[in-house]
Design a protein around this ligand. Structure first.
Ligand SMILES: O=P(O)(O)OC[C@H]1O[C@H](OP(=O)(O)OP(=O)(O)O)[C@H](O)[C@@H]1O
Ligand SMILES: NC(=O)CC[C@H](N)C(=O)O
Ligand code: SF4
Ligand SMILES: [Mg+2]
Length: 492
């Protein structure tokens, strides 16, 4: 596999991109095959690269590649090369460090205590500072990801057990992390003290030895036939070994700051997050949006895929018919290389087409989950008008995205976010809509079952809407907001 320093397949870097997905199995006969399936269900969380490390009598085995899970693990011989009863896997969407084979996770290293594989979803906000210190101490970094600092902090820790070394490392990092780690004696699952990223515990049936499973989302438990046991808690380490599951809570202060954008966009709609199906939450957000900013119209049209559940909730609340006025081409993957500038200009049409029969002559309300740079909305509004819509109103099931994310979502720099430097009225003009409205921050919290946003203890991370960054942004470089971690080291 040839390494690349930039991602030539990344033709659409407008939106908030997915993050990463992690998965692990302890003590199942088909550990690697189950992990490949789990990663397939988590494909929406990262499409750049994927990897699995397995462990069995023959020690550790690893296979990684750039691309989609099916392409990397679709061959039975690859799965057969990953023997053992335990495995951990990772789908990557880079937040720190380029898209290259050396950055594909799980990261694996041989330590004094034996081998250890680590898979990380999230982003560390002091990784650059830690990396500088570690390099000064003689640590030789093999990748340019933030995640590698875990490996070195564990390696140099003076504690005796793997668990204590891991805790020692966790206490030095700032940022967001859901981890699955595997050594020859145990699998461990960790969520950062604020629980920014999700991680769930599940259990397989007797045919798979009642094996334990860790996964970013419940949709990955469903695909392997595992039962949901519980969410791993913020600041909790679950240690899974042949005696069962132990819970360790090494942090004194934990405050839930689960990423509210997981509800709005990132998680798969069939996943259950904190006890609530994501699909239901999205419909409730859509209904709240309809109550807040209803407008007379003939049809509700979702911007697929992510806008669909919110649009259904909107339509049901408003009592307006729901129509598929936009058809999404599912074969436009990240591998579509647009050959010329002229073709590139066609942009979103490669992905979305107007369904004229559903919208011609109608007053339509488009519902989408977010406006990031505004590229999608602008093109889609224009497309609706060309297809004969009489009026085009746009409703968004998140508040205006005014700030970048430094906790594991790859976002454009702040000045590229349309809402960071334009009012809603200006944005409506720019995208060409007859009207534009976003759900209010309090409305979003209401839809998630709260009274509104409690500024003292919001219970969620909502920094990309509020700028309230609860976890210190240690690596943020003065004037240039978007240099949080190891971006400066890309290509080293
Ligand atoms: O304002 P922009 O910069 O255009 O970004 C916002 C759009 O990007 C995302 O969708 P995307 O098409 O990436 O994926 P989806 O199919 O999951 O909705 C998001 O759901 C919005 O539709
Ligand atoms: N999106 C993520 O969770 C990425 C994990 C890690 N920060 C990386 O860049 O590889
Ligand atoms: S800044 Fe936004 S996307 Fe990032 S973790 Fe917080 S809520 Fe999620
Ligand atoms: Mg979308």
């Amino acid at each position: 596999m040839t390494e690349i320093t930039t991602n030539p397949f990344d033709t659409e870097d407008d939106a908030f991109h997915e993050e990463c997905g992690v998965f692990g199995v302890w003590n199942a006969p088909d550990a690697a095959a189950l992990t490949a399936l789990g990663l397939h269900a988590l494909q929406h969380r990262g499409q750049e690269a994927s990897g699995i490390v397995s462990h069995g009598e023959k020690g550790f085995r690893s296979h990684k590649g750039l691309g989609l899970v099916g392409d990397i693990f679709g061959d039975a011989r690859v799965i057969a090369s990953l023997p053992g009863r335990a495995a951990v896997g990772h789908n990557r969407y880079a937040t720190a460090g380029e898209t290259a084979l050396r950055n594909v996770q799980p990261l694996y290293a041989d330590f004094a205590f034996g081998g250890l594989a680590v898979a990380h979803n999230g982003n560390l906000t002091n990784a650059l500072a830690l990396r500088r210190q570690l390099v000064r101490r003689g640590c030789l970094f093999q990748s340019s990801t933030d995640s590698e600092v875990f490996v070195h902090l564990i390696a140099i820790s003076l504690y005796a057990t793997v668990q204590d070394r891991l805790i020692d490392a966790l206490k030095q990092v700032d940022g967001a992390y859901s981890l699955v780690a595997l050594h020859d004696g145990a699998m461990m699952g960790v969520r950062d003290p604020n629980g920014v990223r999700p991680l769930v515990l599940g259990r397989l049936g007797a045919d798979q030895n009642n094996a334990w499973v860790l996964a970013s989302e419940t949709c990955a438990l469903d695909i392997v036939g595992a039962e949901f046991v519980r969410d791993v808690e913020p600041g909790e380490i679950v240690v899974i070994d042949d005696t069962g599951v132990r819970s360790v809570k090494p942090f004194a202060n934990t405050a839930n700051r689960f990423c509210i954008f997981e509800y709005i966009y990132f998680a798969r709609p069939d996943s259950v997050v904190e006890g609530t199906p994501v699909y239901e939450s999205r419909k409730r957000i859509g209904a709240e949006l309809a109550r807040e900013s209803g407008v007379e119209a003939d049809v509700i049209v979702p911007v697929p895929d992510s806008g669909v559940p919110a649009a259904m909730g909107y339509a049901q609340e408003a009592g307006i018919p729901f129509e598929l006025g936009i058809i999404r081409n599912h074969y436009v993957g990240r591998t579509f290389i647009e050959p010329t500038d002229n073709i590139r200009h066609l942009g979103v049409k490669l992905k979305h087409s107007a369904n004229r029969a559903a919208i011609e002559g109608k007053r339509i309300i488009l519902v989408d989950d977010s406006i990031v740079r505004g590229t999608t909305s602008k093109k889609i509004v224009e497309m609706m008008r060309q297809a004969g819509a009489a009026e085009v109103h746009m409703r968004i099931s998140s508040p205006p995205t005014t700030h970048s994310c430094f906790y594991g979502i790859d976002t454009p720099e702040r000045d590229k976010l349309l809402a960071s430097n334009h009012s809603v009225e200006e944005m409506a003009r720019i995208i060409g809509a007859d009207s534009l409205a976003f759900i209010s921050l309090d409305g979003l919290y209401r839809a998630l079952g709260r009274k509104g946003r409690d500024a003292k203890d919001p219970g969620y991370c909502d920094a990309c809407f509020t700028g309230d960054y609860a976890i210190p942004l240690t690596d943020l470089v003065g004037h240039k907001e978007r240099e949080p971690a190891l971006l400066a080291l890309n290509g080293v």
